[in-house]
Design a protein around this ligand. Structure first.
Ligand code: FES
Ligand code: FES
Length: 163
């Protein structure tokens, strides 16, 4: 199969590069230096490769690089530039929700994508939102609490502004 030139934005950086027709977005991103996007099962089962494309959370191993042509991608590194991203990173550390860290980038992306859609989730909703992402270390409780605290703090701040 052939190679095609694609253009996309990754964490506000414009990228023009060639992609093979059958190349996954995961492989394309890692080949172009975005190694913060982790490679796990490559079957859509573990969620460690999760990124946000045009505001939608996707598993990059089961998406084609070609599908990202003209799109905006956010990876875990891009979270540093976003307030909610920094809060999530801090909260994961504070709650001990990072152990081996292999799932963390994907978990952070899912958390960011979910809080954007549902700014006031309860813990059951968060558990459901991260159910497509596997973690072998934490038992999920600390991850759920880390995400919940960020959402709850945001909600409190919004309440203060609206007073
Ligand atoms: S590497 Fe993509 S879901 Fe596992
Ligand atoms: S912290 Fe090790 S897999 Fe989640």
């Amino acid at each position: 199969m052939g190679e095609y030139k694609i253009q996309l934005t990754v964490n506000d950086k414009k990228i023009i590069a060639t992609a093979k027709a059958e190349e996954s977005l995961l492989k394309f991103l890692r080949r172009n230096g975005f190694t913060e996007v982790k490679c796990g099962c490559e079957k859509g089962d573990c969620g460690t490769c999760t990124v946000i494309m045009n505001g939608k959370t996707i598993k990059s191993c089961i998406s084609l690089a070609m599908q990202a042509n003209g799109k905006e991608i956010l990876t875990a590194k891009g979270l540093e530039k976003i307030e909610i991203g920094r809060k999530l990173q801090k909260s994961f550390v504070q709650h001990g929700a990072v152990q081996c860290g292999f799932c963390t980038a994907g978990m952070l992306m899912v958390a960011k994508g979910y809080i954007d859609k549902n700014p006031e989730p309860d813990k059951a909703e968060i558990r459901k939102a991260i159910s497509g992402n596997l973690c072998r270390c934490t038992g999920y409780k600390k991850i759920v609490e880390a995400i919940y605290d960020v959402a709850a703090e945001n909600h409190r701040l919004e309440g203060d502004i609206n007073v």
